[in-house]
Design a protein around this ligand. Structure first.
Ligand SMILES: [Zn+2]
Length: 415
């Protein structure tokens, strides 16, 4: 057997086993707590609501586990039957030229994986989210969203992918990885800048926040910490889901605050301000910049590694390609890198949780009291049926945010 394939298989199944084991631990841990609301929340969250959050957590966890073990044999079946190489031979026969062949090939393969994940996506939205009262999406809206995503992928993703393939073909022996990295970095900045103004409105209706107390207070908050922004909008997130959120998007003059209508409805003004102060804190404390820096170093490393792999025949043989090509290299890289980097993921979770603590503390300091942040967190936890009692190992590996209990404990030490 091909040594690269063997190594990949080892990482792939190690990841799946560790993931299933942690999920199982988490389910058991949550179950063992189901008879009593954690101490701090006893007067804030009813036993009914708490047990509903446990049922939701368990159902999602079990479903995720089933999905990953159904998808595994499908993926390995395709791989070991030589499917990826056979499609390549068929597409090559159409005679589109290298870049054209690569585009057609990658679109076809993406479509196959889309079909594999389709029943799981539908079940998750229209059965699980529906059952717990989160889903507001109609089948019609789902189809409209899908069509828009496909159109955007063609318009934006198509030319980028073509450019990447072109660079790979031209500089296969040289510095293509550096050029591709520069191209992708520029694209990333460009998309981040225009996102709230040109992309978000394709899917959602953004309405400028009405004049009044809330808007004045948000502007005053931004001014207090020198946070530049060019607009505050509410977004009709409720047309898809009752999960709530708030975020900043865009760069420079296009930077906007976006509040989900569901959030505005559920939080009081001071809680909302605390949540926004937390988000602004990520900027002030340079978390956004750090995150961008890390992800760009990671992508540079990945592209460099890929540049070493593209010249190795065993790399293509592992996926049963008859001949090497830039798009085959991209496909193999995309399908294998997750398994190889999985065991590094706790590192990014640790850093992200550190940032969350800092942003919480920042919010409490700017608001000059910690209660709004704490009360806001409690309400968000209750409304989103978040898991109050994850297994510590599970949250260590997967949680980008500390648990609510940890965040509140840390907040209580502020000031
Ligand atoms: Zn945060």
């Amino acid at each position: 057997m091909n040594p690269f394939l063997l190594l990949f298989a080892a990482f792939y199944f190690a990841q799946h086993l560790v993931d299933s084991w942690l999920t199982w631990l988490n389910i058991a841990h949550v179950r063992s707590h189901e008879h009593q609301v954690p101490l701090y929340f006893q007067d804030k969250i009813s036993l009914d609501e708490y047990q509903k959050s446990i049922a939701y957590t368990r159902e999602k966890a079990r479903f995720g586990m089933i999905a990953s073990w159904v998808e595994a044999p499908i993926f390995w079946g395709l791989l070991l039957s030589g499917f990826f190489g056979k499609v390549d031979t068929a597409v090559r026969a159409l005679g589109f030229g290298t870049v054209g062949t690569g585009l057609v090939y990658l679109v076809l393969i993406s479509f196959v994986f889309f079909l594999v994940s389709l029943p799981f996506n539908l079940y998750s939205t229209f059965v699980i989210e529906q059952k717990y009262g989160f889903n507001r999406m109609t089948p019609k809206l789902w189809l409209v969203d899908l069509s828009k995503s496909i159109l955007l992928s063609i318009l934006i993703g198509g030319p980028i992918l073509a450019a990447v393939l072109w660079f790979m073909e031209r500089h296969l022996q040289g510095l293509w990885w550096l050029y591709v990295w520069i191209l992708l970095s520029l694209v990333q900045i460009f998309i981040a800048a225009i996102f709230p103004v040109f992309l978000l409105p394709v899917f959602n209706k953004l309405t400028p926040l009405e004049e009044g107390g809330l808007k004045q207070h948000i502007l005053a908050l931004a001014q207090k910490i020198n946070f530049r922004l060019s607009g505050i909008y509410t977004m009709d997130g409720s047309k898809r889901s009752s999960h709530s959120n708030a975020f900043f998007a865009g760069l420079g003059k296009l930077r906007r605050i976006v509040l989900f209508d569901t959030l505005v409805k559920s939080l009081t003004e001071s809680e909302l301000l605390a949540v926004l102060a937390h988000e602004m804190g990520h900027n002030v404390k340079k978390h956004v910049r750090t995150g961008l820096l890390i992800s760009s170093v990671a992508s540079l490393t990945g592209l460099y590694v890929l540049s070493l792999l593209v010249n190795q025949p065993w790399f293509y043989e592992a996926f049963q390609f008859a001949q090497p090509s830039s798009y085959a290299a991209l496909l193999i890289f995309m399908k294998t890198s997750g398994a190889f980097t999985f065991f590094l993921s706790p590192l990014s979770s640790i850093l992200s949780r550190k940032h969350e603590y800092e942003a919480d503390r920042f919010a409490a300091e700017v608001m000059e009291k910690r209660e709004p942040m704490i009360e806001g967190l409690v309400k968000l936890t209750r409304d989103n049926l978040s898991n109050l009692t994850p297994h510590p190992w599970y949250s260590f590996v997967y949680y980008s945010h500390p648990t609510v209990v940890e965040r509140i404990r840390a907040l209580e030490k502020v000031g």
